[in-house]
Design a protein around this ligand. Structure first.
Ligand code: ZN
Length: 215
């Protein structure tokens, strides 16, 4: 079991948390002695183990070193020098091929951002037209803890990881923000509207709760 100790000026007491990957993070004020810390961890060992077992038992998506998650499916990456920067996607074979090494994380991230911009842009316009919504602009960003935002002037933004979720989940996320262009808050009227346009939205919310943290 790996244990990380974080020293933080602002905390007054010791906090122990277990991350979804099983790592244990202990946050403590700088003056808190190391020996006391380990004793505290020892005393909470049972609780820590329980948390870790709980995370292990959860459904999760496992992505291998040579794989990419794209629109809810795991694809194998094949490096083909001859392709240059072009990226070919074979949905039936579940293969993504390119001359650019998408397994390198900065290249991979940039590719995901480009794909998110392309796919979200197209689908957002389609859905807005179909259901009569208006948005000012849209953009792909990076958010630590949200999938999307809609500002009061109608600008919609999404986290680039949206390109990793299945289509039905992406549709839900897009419709969610489109509905916000008319109803800014999450009141009953908001959810009624979401359900009318996206009857399977509970399934999408469930998917995000189950797998969202892993991607
Ligand atoms: Zn919302």
């Amino acid at each position: 079991m790996r244990i990380w100790i974080e020293r933080q000026q602002l905390v007054r007491r010791v906090w122990i948390r277990v991350e979804p990957d099983g790592q244990v993070v202990v946050t403590a004020p700088p003056w808190y002695g190391e020996r006391l810390l380990w004793r505290l961890v020892e005393r909470h060992r049972e609780w820590i183990e329980r948390q870790r077992r709980c995370y292990r038992a959860m459904d999760r998506i496992i992505i291998g070193r040579e794989e990419l998650l794209y629109r809810g499916h795991v694809y194998r990456f094949v490096l083909r020098r001859g392709l240059g920067s072009e990226v070919l996607i074979y949905p039936r074979l579940r293969i993504i091929a390119s001359g650019a090494n998408l397994l390198s994380s900065p290249i991979q991230r940039q590719w995901y951002i480009n794909e998110a911009t392309r796919l979200v842009g197209r689908r957002l316009r389609q859905l807005a037209e179909r259901y009569g919504f208006r948005f000012t602009d849209f953009a792909i960003r990076e958010y630590a803890s949200a999938w999307g935002y809609c500002t009061s002037d109608g600008t919609i933004t999404f986290d680039w990881r949206i390109v990793k979720v299945p289509r039905f989940v992406m549709d839900y996320l897009l419709l969610h923000e489109l509905v916000h262009t008319k109803i800014p808050h999450h009141g009953p009227r908001f959810w009624q509207q979401v359900e009318r346009l996206c009857p399977a939205y509970h399934k999408a919310v469930h998917w995000l709760r189950t797998y969202g943290r892993w991607i």
